[in-house]
Design a protein around this ligand. Structure first.
Ligand code: SF4
Length: 521
């Protein structure tokens, strides 16, 4: 998971991008970067670390121009090192371009092998770099057309921002896994992963960028087209559970409100005879409030948080995670001593952090500890941008709920049902829930791991085995084949009609379909 932010035609472009990234820091803490455009060239700075550590006034002064994009990274494909920090910038035959990506491509490894066999040389081991190569190799006339051409070849999850000397482009994959919102700061268009970035800079929310939509923003203003079919979306439900900031409005709902409803639903499904409800801060807080409200129990702050330590789940290694978990929260015995305590958390991934939390509460004198989780057991890996790639690392993939309870030494354990989760998030079937039910909206082309883009032999003709834990039923589901995408893709509502792109032969027979969203402002 990562955070992206962009602003077009504003005198304080880099400063606002810095602030936007600051608001999105929860989405990635490994590296941060900004690319700005002064209309003649792009200027670039990226470094490992938090936004506040990476940028100083001096560095921001070295990022001139009226447009900029930025990125905070949490690695899902490609190792955690500087060469994989974003935005990724290149200087190629047709000018300069930079890209910032949130999500994970499911066919990047195969595309990369194909490109390498034709002579392409890669600088990083990120999936994102294949898009840059596809754009650079495209024969289309304009940057926008080349971007459309490239994105029709990739599959998986992407919310993207591109910057060239003259334009900014935002794009969201046809199933809309990751959020991407459009806003306005006076007359300057802004784009961000979450609305909390707009709040910090005083921008107003305009609308969600829709699944399959590409928005081009240049001197003629924003226009958009749709590249994918109008398909059932697969918005990541884990964004509501954990990732997005509680004050962000996500797909029409405030995350805090949704999380409170998750807590209420959890109380209905798994009530507990207890004296007090406490939360694992911060992401369990809203659900704990809802649980307390619905069960008529008092809510208390049992933990004091050290705000100078980052989120544990997205730290890149287990050693980091364990250490941060211990430093991060301190329990207050006065709140829990001799009490039956319900502790609410948003999820249990590996179980290593949770076992420590329960032990702390017992050491602090809690008589009973009842663990409640505001999502279903996480049993399956994610291929769309969240770093739980292997069932070996997921406690619920290896143990029954009863065994997990015993392992955690909890007096009871209750997970929210998948139906309860979906209902609390607004209902309908427009969500990806694959980490809970194993039904993958786009099965990956091969087993994916964080290191899948590292150097390896070219793929063989035989399909590799599916990862353990993946539902074979899901694997047999029809994939969102590129041909099918093309068949259902409406004609390009191109901003420069006189320069309509030459369509690839296999997509030449696309039927007419609804045009993408038109004017944005
Ligand atoms: Fe989100 Fe889970 Fe789907 Fe990944 S598998 S996109 S974490 S709901």
């Amino acid at each position: 998971m990562c955070g992206i932010f962009g602003i077009y035609d504003h005198p304080e472009a880099s400063n606002h991008t810095y602030l936007g990234l600051y608001a999105l820091q929860h989405r990635g803490q490994e590296s941060a970067g900004i690319v700005s455009s002064d209309e003649k060239q792009l200027h670039h700075y990226r470094q490992m670390g938090l936004v506040s550590e990476v940028f100083s006034r001096d560095i921001l002064r070295r990022l001139p121009g009226r447009s900029a994009i930025g990125h905070v990274r949490y690695s899902t494909t490609g190792s955690s090192e500087l060469k994989n920090a974003q935005p990724f910038m290149v200087d190629y035959a047709r000018g300069m371009m930079a890209i910032a990506h949130n999500g994970n491509l499911t066919n990047a490894s195969l595309i990369r092998s194909e490109l390498e066999s034709r002579g392409s040389i890669f600088q990083s081991n990120m999936d994102t770099e294949v898009i840059v190569h596809l754009i650079a190799r495209s024969k289309e006339k304009t940057f926008f057309e080349r971007t459309v051409h490239a994105l029709r070849q990739v599959e998986g999850a992407y919310s993207l921002l591109f910057l060239t000397e003259k334009e900014m482009v935002a794009a969201r994959d046809p199933l809309g896994f990751r959020p991407l919102v459009l806003g306005s700061l006076k007359d300057s268009p802004v784009v961000a992963s979450e609305t909390c970035a707009f709040d910090l800079i005083g921008a107003t929310f305009v609308r969600d960028i829709e699944p399959g939509e590409i928005v081009i923003i240049d001197s003629r203003g924003p226009r958009s087209v749709r590249i994918g079919p109008v398909a059932k979306p697969a918005r990541c439900i884990f964004e509501y559970v954990y990732f997005a900031r509680p004050d962000s409005s996500l797909w029409g709902r405030t995350c805090h409100t949704v999380r409170k409803q998750l807590g209420r639903q959890l109380a209905a499904e798994h009530p507990a005879k207890a004296d007090v409800v406490v939360a694992v801060p911060d992401s369990g807080s809203s659900a704990a409030l809802g649980f307390a409200e619905a069960s008529g129990l008092p809510f208390e702050f049992a933990y004091i948080r050290n705000h100078y330590v980052g989120r544990t789940f997205i730290a890149p290694s287990q050693v980091d995670r364990d250490l941060k978990a211990r430093v991060k929260l301190n329990v207050m015995p006065a709140v829990v001593k001799d009490k039956r305590v319900v502790i609410v958390d948003d999820s249990i991934i590996r179980g290593t952090t949770t076992i420590g939390r329960i032990a702390e509460l017992k050491r602090a004198g809690a008589r009973e500890v009842h663990m409640r989780v505001s999502c279903p057991p996480t049993r399956h890996p994610c291929f769309y941008g969240v770093d739980f790639p292997s069932p070996d690392q997921l406690i619920a993939a290896r143990m029954s709920v009863g065994d997990i309870q015993r392992f955690l030494c909890a007096d009871s354990l209750g997970y929210l049902s998948i139906e309860g989760l979906t209902a609390a998030c607004g209902g309908g079937d427009g969500f990806c829930r694959a980490c809970y039910d194993g039904v993958y909206p786009i099965p990956p082309e091969e087993p994916m791991a964080k290191e899948c883009m590292e150097r390896k032999p070219p793929p063989t003709a035989q399909a590799p085995p599916l990862p353990a834990g993946m539902d074979t039923k899901a694997a047999k589901r029809p994939r969102l084949k590129k041909a099918a995408v093309a068949a259902a893709t409406p004609p390009l509502d191109h901003p420069e009609p006189e320069a309509a792109p030459a369509k690839p032969a296999r997509r030449a027979t696309r039927p007419a379909g609804p045009a993408g969203p038109a004017e944005l402002f």
